[in-house]
Design a protein around this ligand. Structure first.
Ligand code: T46
Length: 147
């Protein structure tokens, strides 16, 4: 992989922070980029982004069974709470060149700390309803069976 990673939360396997390539042009702002398979360990099949959210709003409340994602916030500040039922970790995304790589079925809740923050996701697959677990006790059971 071309970008540096560091783990978040000592035992949270499958969650890492990624530093996204950034090109700063004096007086003209900055440009960030990452490339499918080269900078993140999967082919990107889908990109989605969440906009127009007021501060104090929570989204998420689910886990994915198979989907891998790079989650990043190019504008604003969003708090991401991650859990694998045994450990919990919190990452505050507030820089355009930092992302969270999620490669396991991790439960996530996201809090918009600043109005109109934008949450972007590069995902390894198309939208599949059946890949979601939206019930926490079902998620606990799913994780027990995986262990
Ligand atoms: C995730 C977090 C970070 C679609 O029709 N197509 C899509 O590609 C997506 C992602 C969603 N949807 C529909 C499904 C729901 O009816 O859009 C609606 C809102 O989705 P949801 O309530 O799942 O949104 P969040 O913000 O809770 O979660 C989203 C992603 O769904 C999820 O994959 O990891 O962002």
């Amino acid at each position: 992989m071309g970008m540096s990673t560091c783990s978040v939360g000592e035992n949270m396997e499958g969650v890492s922070l990624i530093s996204i390539h950034q090109v700063i042009t004096e007086g003209k702002g900055s440009l960030q980029f990452f490339e499918s398979s080269r900078d993140i360990p999967f082919d990107i099949q889908r990109i989605y982004y969440i906009t127009d959210v007021s501060s104090g709003v929570w989204r998420g409340g689910h886990a994915h069974k198979q989907l891998k994602q790079l989650v990043f916030c190019p504008y604003g500040r969003i708090r991401i709470e991650l859990s694998n039922t045994r450990e919990k970790t919190v990452v505050v995304l507030d820089k355009p060149n930092v992302g969270i790589l999620i490669e396991r079925p991790i439960w996530r809740d996201m809090l918009w700390e600043v109005e109109d923050s934008v949450l972007c996701v590069a995902a390894s697959d198309y939208y599949l309803v059946e890949d979601y677990i939206r019930d926490y006790s079902e998620y606990e059971k799913y994780m027990e069976e995986r262990r």
